[in-house]
Design a binder for this molecule. Structure first.
Ligand code: ZN
Ligand code: ZN
Ligand code: ZN
Length: 361
């Protein structure tokens, strides 16, 4: 990844937004600019990026060995157990009028820095970083594509996997193992939800045993070379009843329409509306209880959000999920999810695994 170029772009954005210093701690912004991921510790790690002048990475001395030095990007400044890191950051920040601080920074550090810099106005770092991170360059799209293809392999394999007689947790463990075996450094989640459980979109897998007739939702993803995968596919044990087939056909149509709507220049909310219209027209509008999608990159959920009210137009390089769902309480729930990249040539799905309702044993 080209960190100097990212920092260059951040500085241009800081200039536009009137931000004097960017302060990044735990969360995905820090590795985006430095390649370094801070542990969520009570000891302060903070990247201090002034609009002009040298960038510094403030780290506890014991964490310094984990930092890959990049002298052309930042200088490493370590602090010892008895030092005051707030005083150190305050000095490096050099009395900024406006500081943008990482959205995930612990409140204890934000409050201490606010107290130490009483004349500084604090803003969220996402004001600077979200617009940059949203637009993926070619290397990032490649990374997202590799991650997508790894989970595609698993989704395909599952057509031949036995579901009946196994618990949701069993299937969950298979998904996690396969993600790791296929090159993910970590599995972020693996939802396995049978029938009534799938009416809760973020159901946690249980020891509930899957039986004949169950409609099973599998939504899984992880992080591979720093970039996330996220896919949802549906399985049914034995031939599905007509109602399940009908609901699933509506859902597939909604997802296809939303993907086709995701052209450059289209407001994010119009992509959401494209899916919602199909589902509402079929009479299931009240059962589509969440937004159509979320951006994806180094974080599983990031900007842009595909949701009513987000009028921002899609731009080339925006990467996001398209995942409408229909959730019938106590009965079953269906969702279909692909990662899509907006390109000048039109929307490009990164996931290629079959999208049909897979009949399994
Ligand atoms: Zn979700
Ligand atoms: Zn998902
Ligand atoms: Zn998702």
């Amino acid at each position: 990844m080209n960190y100097p170029e990212r920092i260059e772009r951040a500085r241009a954005r800081m200039e536009n937004m009137g931000v004097d210093v960017l302060l990044l701690s735990v969360g995905a912004d820090l590795p985006y600019f430095t390649g370094y991921e801070a542990m969520p510790l009570e000891r302060l790690t903070m990247f201090v990026l002034p609009r002009t002048g040298e960038a510094k990475l403030v780290v506890p001395r014991l964490e310094a060995p984990r930092v890959v030095a990049q002298p052309d990007v930042f200088e490493i400044v370590t602090w010892d157990e008895t030092d005051d890191p707030i005083a150190l950051v305050t000095r490096l920040a050099d009395r900024p009028a406006v500081a943008a601080i990482g959205d995930h920074t612990w409140a204890r550090f934000v409050l201490d820095l606010e107290a130490a810099l009483p004349s500084t106005e604090f803003r969220k770092a996402s004001l600077v970083t979200a617009a940059l991170r949203m637009v993926k360059d070619a290397a990032e799209v490649d990374a997202l594509t590799r991650a997508a293809h790894a989970v595609d392999v698993i989704a395909r394999e599952m057509h031949g996997v036995r579901f009946s007689g196994r618990s949701e947790l069993d299937v969950h463990r298979d998904l996690v193992d396969r993600m790791l075996e296929l090159g993910h450094q970590r599995a972020n989640f693996a939802i396995v939800a049978a029938s009534g459980h799938a009416a809760s979109p973020h159901h946690e897998p249980t020891d509930r045993v899957i039986v004949d007739g169950d409609v099973v939702l599998c939504d899984f993803g992880g992080t591979m070379d720093g970039y996330c995968s996220d896919i949802t596919r549906m399985f049914v044990v034995g031939e599905p009843p007509a109602e399940v087939q009908h609901v699933y056909a509506v859902l597939m149509d909604a997802q296809e329409r939303a993907v086709q709507a995701a052209t450059v220049g289209t407001p994010c909310e119009a992509v959401d509306a494209a899916a919602r219209q199909v589902i509402a027209a079929a009479g299931y509008g009240e059962f589509f209880v969440h937004r159509t999608g979320h951006g994806i990159g180094t974080e599983a959920h990031e900007d842009p959000y595909i949701v009513a009210g987000n009028v921002a137009p899609l731009a080339p390089g925006h990467a996001f999920s398209v995942e409408p769902g229909i959730y019938l309480p106590d009965r079953f729930g269906v969702r279909l999810e692909d990662i899509v990249v907006a390109t000048a040539a039109g929307p490009r799905r990164l996931n290629e695994a079959p999208r049909d309702l897979a009949v399994v044993a």
